[in-house]
Write a protein that binds this ligand. Structure first.
Ligand code: BGP
Length: 479
């Protein structure tokens, strides 16, 4: 395949809560994810009210990057990463979220990490909120359903922008801000927004009010960031799963089009700066009482993003009239009328393997928004085996990544898409978000740790480590 521009940002992606550990170190307060158990044998993760002494919480220690960051960053440098996407754990900076002053030990930790990355020539690409809202903001204020969280988030963002303005250029406000549109599973509103829906409440109405507060918070943060450093590039970040019609039946085609609004709602507002008509029509038709404040329209208009970051793992397929839930996987299974796509294979967790869908997505998003794109998550979760001789052979992961890199190269070289970079998800094995397990591994670096927290924590290079090193060295030519 062709070469990508030399400034293309080849990297890797992580999230504080899934790999740092040190969940209560250096003054860090508990976050909404710190009270979530691991799913067991396919059962969903539980959200506990408090941290129960006798429960195992996989994110508390994770893979202990907090104490091993120099060793891990040296491995990232050996791979030749140009950037590392990760998040700042909000509750490390504001342990409860509503304090007047930030926690200096938390700020210093990220200074140390960013300095170590920059020492190796690796650019930090930072997500401000990646499912790590301080637990206190969820329990005391009800999370982002409470407008007060707008101010708490903007203050957190301003502290980070000022502290790291000379170390970080690329930022994102909220990770996969659109996950919470799937209100069929409480995990998403809880982790995205610290919100629980009451017994007699309309979950979608609560979600849209919560979303409005986050959209205002995101726009205010963007405007504040550009004041602090006009060089900042601040992006939105969405989970994008294209939805295909099962057939040329116009009913299937229109169903897919309508369901794609679940993918477009947030970026439409964060990129264009105003609510799409289909959303306003839904509020009217359903009688949703979404409180907008005077000035919100101007805030949204003045806080549009510089680029659109997105995660891409798979595609979905829908058929009008399809009733059966074709999978128990919480990501695929939630799409109404979804059916298996007979033309593609799936991973062990039922995620469709569709590299052409990535080229299709890049074209659809670039045509719709005409701003630079950034693939900040893409990866293949699988069970890996540590061999006796310390090797790990992961040919399926290499094939998944190779085919998706070919697709993005075609989109850039042949279709003219403006793509900033590519940061495969879980560059090192970490705690899986939807399952809370270590078993679902994404990394090109293996970590000896199992679902119950046993293991030496030793790091091992998988076959994909040297493969990806060559991809980066050749700017994507050697796949
Ligand atoms: C996305 C999250 C990541 C990551 C990824 C893979 O939703 O942004 O945090 O976890 O999904 O999902 P999982 O870890 O459940 O396989």
């Amino acid at each position: 395949m062709g070469k990508l521009p030399k400034e293309f940002l080849w990297g890797g992606a992580l999230a504080a809560h899934q790999f740092e550990g040190g969940w209560n170190a250096g003054g860090k307060g508990p976050s909404v994810v710190d009270v979530m158990t691991a799913g067991a044998h396919g059962l969903p993760r539980q959200i506990t009210e408090t941290i129960e002494e006798d429960r195992f919480y996989p994110n508390h220690e994770a893979i202990d990057f907090y104490h091993r960051y120099k060793e891990d960053i040296a491995l990232f440098a050996e791979m030749g990463l140009k950037c590392l996407r990760t998040s700042i754990a909000w509750s490390r900076i504001f342990p409860k979220g509503d304090e007047a002053e930030p926690n200096e030990a938390g700020l210093q930790f990220y200074d140390d990490v960013f300095d170590e990355l920059l020492k190796h020539g690796i650019q930090p690409v930072i997500t401000l909120s990646h499912f790590e809202i301080p637990l206190h903001l969820a329990k005391e204020y009800g999370g982002f359903r409470n407008r007060k969280l707008v101010d708490f988030f903007v203050k957190f963002a301003e502290v980070c922008f000022n502290r790291y303005k000379d170390k970080v250029k690329y930022w994102m406000t909220f990770n996969e801000i659109n996950n919470q549109m799937d209100v069929s599973n409480p995990i998403f509103l809880w982790t995205n927004s610290g919100v629980k829906v009451g017994e007699n409440e309309n979950a979608r109405e609560v979600m849209f009010q919560t979303a409005h507060h986050e959209l205002v918070a995101s726009a205010l943060a963007v405007a504040k960031g550009k004041e602090i450093n006009p060089e900042f590039q601040i992006g939105a970040m969405v989970a994008h799963i294209p939805i295909y019609p099962y057939s040329s039946n116009p009913e299937d085609v229109m169903l897919a089009e309508v369901l794609m609004r679940e993918r477009y709602f947030f970026p439409d507002i964060q990129v264009r700066g105003y609510y799409p008509s289909y959303a306003l029509k839904e509020f009217e038709k359903e009688g949703y009482n979404i409180k907008f404040e005077a000035g919100d329209e101007e805030i949204l208009q003045n806080g549009t993003v510089d680029y659109l970051g997105f995660s891409y793992y798979m595609s979905n397929t829908v058929r009008s009239g399809a009733q059966e839930k074709y999978t128990e996987d919480i990501v695929n299974g939630a799409v109404p009328n979804s059916v298996a796509n007979p033309y593609i294979q799936s991973s062990d967790w039922g995620w469709g393997i569709d590299p052409t869908g990535l080229r299709y997505t890049l074209n659809r998003l670039y045509d719709r928004y005409q701003i630079p794109l950034f693939i900040v998550e893409n990866g293949y979760g699988a069970v890996d085996t540590l061999e006796e001789d310390g090797t790990i052979h992961d040919p399926e992961r290499i094939e998944y990544l190779r085919s998706h890199i070919k697709a993005l190269e075609t989109a850039v070289i042949e279709d003219g898409v403006d793509l900033i970079g590519y940061t495969p998800w879980g560059i090192i094995d970490i705690v899986s978000f939807t399952t809370g397990e270590m078993k679902k591994r994404y990394g090109m670096i293996y970590v000896d740790r199992d679902n119950e927290g046993n293991g030496t924590m030793k790091r091992y290079k998988k076959d994909s480590f040297n493969w990806y090193k060559k991809v980066i060295e050749s700017s994507g030519e050697e796949l």
